[in-house]
Design a protein around this ligand. Structure first.
Ligand code: F6P
Length: 544
């Protein structure tokens, strides 16, 4: 049987060929390169022509996907098989946004009635808050919704809330508290009126220490400000652990459940989206689900050669495995996607940051890259220097809407000119001849030109994708998120890893639990390495 490493090695001759031909030359030789290497999913356009690829490399990548069994694994996910083998669970987040009457079976049961039941309860609760029918204990209309959660119970809704600001009702505000650092909840509560504040405790497990600590602080704040009896009116919970929610004191009709087949980082489509349904409106949240469903349909039906998530995944594999590039930047030219890269960091790095295969063998090839990014144009004035002239090559995804929400010329045209310019600059670079011509035209003497040339050269040949969508609507945002989810799925399938567990977060949690009594000064400072003990003693000597 061909090993994964052998499959990935089939890319090497293609890389060797393309090493001899920079993208500038590929563009010069093929006037149809954009048409050849761009693809659409509905009204979302992916231009991937500015990558170090040719038809032969793409054919090799599609063959790799087929040989690695991407289509079979996709079918297994859709069928509800337990593809999350280490946790023995199905991977069912697509059911959460499923539209239409076709049943979706997980463990033999059609889950759609349950999924839609929770969505209907979320809609009812959100509408009642927006209408002022559900109010605080003292009769005040809710104005501030504080979501307390972390990881997938925070990043998804927090990112979407920022992205869809134009859809927010201006008399409702959402806040997201995640960090166990007391500064986070303190700064959030500052200025909030307890009488008009609703807390949503969002936690799949309802055991996550950060969330439980913040929830307890919020509970104490309400009890102190409004009395213990007010707590029920000011709390709701989102979880798979319904018993623990009840134990916390949350009323049964304020508990919104989901299921163990929804991974935390894939849960924005579930009850975890309640803050969005309240502050943006359920119709907006529902439109996000519909957009994601459209992308799912594209992903499961389009041939690999025309499949946007598959192509993006394969390009990622190309750079990670054939070229050895270790990071990937996501740079939205869309200010409202300011937390998109942070969201994708969990989605991608918690999913594919793995170094053993499904059968537990050590991988002998690189897996998930480091994901990072900030919105353009801000990044241009911060870290783009390294992307253009640094010693690492960083493949980039640029995201941009054709139409802004604001009619504010000349802002959007300038934004678009910048994203097109950056992609062009990365691809073409600036040659020695061009630099010399430019400096000569500026009237510099030959000695100065000679000294400056090496500093002003741009190597170019640096890859980027451009994703262009008509407007950042709820539907398109849903499609974009689902696109990246499916990209991560395809890469996980190719690397033969389990993208749906996250054992790597456990050790730190265990050690923190063991250290807490020592940090609190209730247990002797012993049983650790000299560094940990040194730091612990330094802390104990300084703590108040
Ligand atoms: O970081 C580990 C993790 O389990 C994530 O996968 C999850 O999104 C996050 O913690 C929060 O977990 P919970 O929703 O159970 O509080």
């Amino acid at each position: 049987m061909t090993s994964r490493k052998q499959l990935l090695d089939t890319l090497n001759p293609h890389k060797a060929r393309l090493d001899l031909k920079p993208m500038r030359q590929l563009f010069a030789e093929d006037p149809d390169r954009f048409e050849r290497f761009s693809v659409r999913a509905g009204d979302l356009l992916l231009d991937y022509s500015k990558n170090r690829i040719d038809a032969g490399a793409m054919a090799a990548l599609f063959a790799l996907a087929r040989q690695a069994g991407v289509e079979e694994r996709r079918a297994a996910m859709v069928a509800g098989d337990h593809i999350n083998t280490t946790e023995d669970r199905a991977v069912g987040h697509m059911a959460l946004r499923h539209q239409g009457d076709r049943p979706v079976r997980i463990d033999g049961n059609n889950v759609m009635a349950e999924v839609r039941g929770v969505l209907a309860r979320m809609a009812g609760f959100a509408d009642a808050i927006r209408a002022g029918d559900v109010r605080g204990a003292t009769g005040g209309r809710f104005t501030d919704i504080v979501n307390i959660g972390i990881g997938g119970s925070d990043l998804g809704p927090a990112m979407v809330m920022l992205a869809l600001e134009p859809y927010r009702r201006t008399d409702l505000r959402a806040h997201y508290v995640s960090n166990v650092d007391g500064a986070h909840i303190t700064d959030t509560l500052k200025g909030l009126n307890p009488a008009t504040t609703l807390f949503i405790v969002a936690s799949k497990t309802f055991t996550t220490d950060e969330t439980m600590t913040n929830a307890a602080t919020a509970r104490a704040w309400i009890a102190e400000e409004l009395g213990e009896g007010a707590v029920t009116a000011h709390f709701a919970a989102l979880s798979t652990n319904l018993g623990a929610c009840a134990q916390f004191g949350i009323a049964a009709d304020r508990i919104f459940g989901f299921w163990d087949w929804v991974g935390g980082r894939y849960s924005v489509w579930s009850a975890i989206g309640l803050s969005l349904a309240i502050v943006l409106g359920f119709d907006v949240f529902d439109a996000v689900l519909k957009g994601a469903y459209e992308m799912d349909q594209h992903f499961v039906t389009a041939p690999l050669e025309a499949n946007v998530p598959v192509i993006m995944a394969l390009l990622g594999v190309w750079y990670r495995n054939a070229f050895g590039f270790s990071t990937h930047a996501v740079l939205p030219y869309d200010q409202r996607l300011s937390r998109f890269a942070a969201y994708l960091q969990q989605q991608d790095m918690e999913s594919n940051g793995k170094s053993v295969t499904l059968s537990g063998a050590a991988v002998d090839y690189p897996t998930g890259p480091i994901i990072w990014g900030e919105p353009g144009t801000n990044g241009q004035h911060a870290f783009y220097q390294l992307i253009h002239q640094g010693t690492d090559v960083i493949p980039v995804d640029f995201l941009v809407a054709a139409r802004p929400h604001e009619i504010l010329p000349p802002h959007h045209d300038k934004l678009v000119a910048n994203v097109l310019a950056q992609a062009e600059a990365l691809m073409r670079g600036k040659s020695e001849t061009e630099v010399v011509a430019e400096l000569t035209a500026q009237g510099l003497d030959p000695a100065r030109i000679k000294a400056l040339v090496p500093h002003k050269l741009f190597p170019g040949n640096r890859p980027s994708n451009v994703l262009m969508y008509p407007k950042l609507t709820p539907e398109r945002l849903g499609s974009l998120i689902a696109l990246y989810e499916q990209k991560v799925f395809v890469q996980g399938a190719i690397w033969d890893i389990n993208s749906y567990d996250q054992w790597g977060v456990e050790l730190g949690k265990q050690l923190a639990k063991a250290l807490l009594p020592k940090v609190e000064g209730h247990a002797p400072a012993e049983g650790h390495d000299s560094s940990t003990l040194g730091l612990l003693r330094a802390y104990l000597a300084q703590k108040d």
